[in-house]
Design a protein around this ligand. Structure first.
Ligand SMILES: [Zn+2]
Length: 126
């Protein structure tokens, strides 16, 4: 069964609850710490990393809220993920922009960079 991460609005603690897919959305999550039913779904970084749009959102809120600055292990992982993601987006973006500026057609660029087609990084409309 999948796990779902929640944050309790009453006591602020996080809880990982387990529901089956059919239970999820029907069963009211209850805080195991204070028994409150004011549980807010907490989306994990892993889920957010699936799309670049969501990645940007995650930098704004979810990532920072999950960050424990007293835990070097968590902090290091966070920094590494962020820099790696930024690099990937930047390199690809820069290459596309360079080639567009030098007069190549978007179609030709897309054909020479197969990972662009159908991937998360769509070509900008020109
Ligand atoms: Zn609670």
């Amino acid at each position: 069964m999948p796990f779902y991460d929640y944050q309790c609005k009453s006591c602020g603690k996080r809880a990982r609850l387990q529901f089956s897919y059919s239970e999820y959305g029907k069963v009211q999550p209850v805080c195991p710490h204070c028994r409150s039913q004011q549980m807010k779904r907490h989306i994990s970084r892993v889920a957010l990393a699936k799309s670049e749009d969501a990645q940007l959102d995650s930098m704004v809120d979810a990532d920072m809220s999950g960050l424990d600055e007293n835990d070097p292990l968590t902090l290091g992982k966070f920094m590494r993920n962020m820099s790696r993601n930024g690099e990937d987006i930047g390199d690809r973006f820069n290459e596309v922009v360079d080639r567009l500026e030098s007069g190549e057609s978007p179609d030709a660029i897309e054909q020479s960079m197969p990972d662009l087609a159908g991937g998360a990084g769509a070509l900008p409309d020109v």
